[in-house]
Design a protein around this ligand. Structure first.
Ligand code: NAI
Length: 239
C-alpha cells in the first residue's frame, strides 16, 4: 500500500458517495485530507478538514483563503445528475447549473492549485468523468455534455502540462451505488436490476472501488498513464 503520509489531498463532493469513499481511503492511508461539499457531512470523519461551499456559485478566491496554499493531489469529484432529461425538457437554468457544477467547478478548482503543482514539478489531478464522457445514454443532454467536457478538459490539460511533472487523469465510472443513483433502487428496484443485468459483469459497483482506483492513480505509479480516462464500468463500454 502506498504511504500517503505527508501528502495533502483535496476532494470535492466529499459529503457523499465516491468523494466520501475517496476521502476515507486517503485518511486511512495516512494523508492529510481537505474536503469540500455544498452539503454538511452526515457523519463525523476523524481527521477530515471540511469546508462547506457550493462550487457552482461560490467565490473561488474566498474559497482559496480557507485552504492550504498547495495540494499534492486534487480530486475533482463533485457532480450532479440531470434525471436523464432530453434537451427540450431541460430549462436553460438547469443546463447551466449542471455545466457549472460538473465542469466549470473543475476548471476553477484546477486553476487554483495547478500553478503550485507546476512550480513544485509534482502533483496529481484526478477528474471524475463518467461513461457519459464517452457515449450517450449515461445521462441526459446536460449531464452528457458536461461529462464530455470533463473528458476534453482532462485530455487537453494532460497534454499541455505533460512535461511539468503533474499527472492528470480521469475516472469514468459506470453504475456506482451512491446517493446519485438511489432512485434506481427505489420502489420495486426494477431499474437497478435492469442496470445490473445490462452490465456485463452483472452487478453495480460500490464507491470504495472507485476509491481504490483513485489511490492507485494518486500513488505516483501511474505516471505513464498521463491523460488516461479510465472506465470503471463492469464492461459497459465493451458492448
Ligand atoms: P453523490 O450524489 O453521492 O455525491 C456527490 C456529492 O457532490 C454530494 O455530496 C453533493 O452534495 C456534492 N455536490 C454536488 N454539487 C455540488 C456543488 N455545487 N458544490 C459542492 N458540492 C456539490 O454522487 P456520486 O455518485 O458520489 O458522484 C460523484 C461523482 O461521480 C459525480 O461527478 C458523478 O457525476 C460521478 N459519477 C457517478 C456515477 C454513479 O453511478 N454514481 C457514475 C459516473 C460518474
Amino acid at each position: 500500500m502506498t504511504d500517503f503520509r505527508n501528502k495533502k489531498i483535496l476532494v470535492t463532493g466529499v459529503a457523499s458517495g465516491i468523494g466520501l469513499a475517496q476521502a476515507k481511503a486517503f485518511l486511512e492511508a495516512g494523508a492529510s485530507v481537505w474536503g469540500i461539499d455544498k452539503n454538511l457531512l452526515s457523519e463525523e470523519i476523524r481527521g477530515l478538514n471540511f469546508i462547506q461551499a457550493d462550487l457552482s456559485s461560490c467565490d473561488f478566491d474566498e474559497l482559496k483563503e480557507k485552504l492550504p496554499d498547495k495540494f499534492d493531489i486534487l480530486c475533482n469529484t463533485a457532480g450532479i445528475l440531470d434525471n436523464y432529461k432530453p434537451l427540450l425538457e431541460t430549462s436553460e437554468a438547469e443546463f447551466e447549473n449542471v455545466m457549472l457544477t460538473n465542469f466549470m467547478s473543475m476548471v476553477k478548482m484546477t486553476r487554483l492549485f495547478l500553478p503550485k503543482m507546476i512550480e513544485g514539478k509534482s502533483g496529481i489531478i484526478i477528474n471524475m468523468a463518467s461513461i457519459a464522457s464517452l457515449v450517450a445514454g449515461g445521462g441526459g443532454a446536460a449531464y452528457t455534455s458536461s461529462k464530455h467536457a470533463v473528458a476534453g478538459f482532462t485530455k487537453q490539460l494532460a497534454l499541455d502540462y505533460a512535461r511539468s511533472g503533474v499527472g492528470i487523469f480521469a475516472i469514468a465510472p459506470g453504475a456506482i451505488q451512491t446517493a446519485m443513483t438511489k432512485a434506481d433502487f427505489e420502489g420495486d428496484g426494477k431499474m437497478a436490476a435492469w442496470v445490473a443485468e445490462e452490465t456485463p459483469v452483472g452487478r453495480w459497483a460500490q464507491p470504495e472501488e472507485v476509491a481504490d482506483l483513485t489511490l492507485f492513480l494518486a500513488s505516483g505509479k501511474a505516471s505513464y498513464m498521463q491523460g488516461a480516462i479510465i472506465p470503471l464500468d463492469g464492461g459497459w463500454l465493451l458492448k
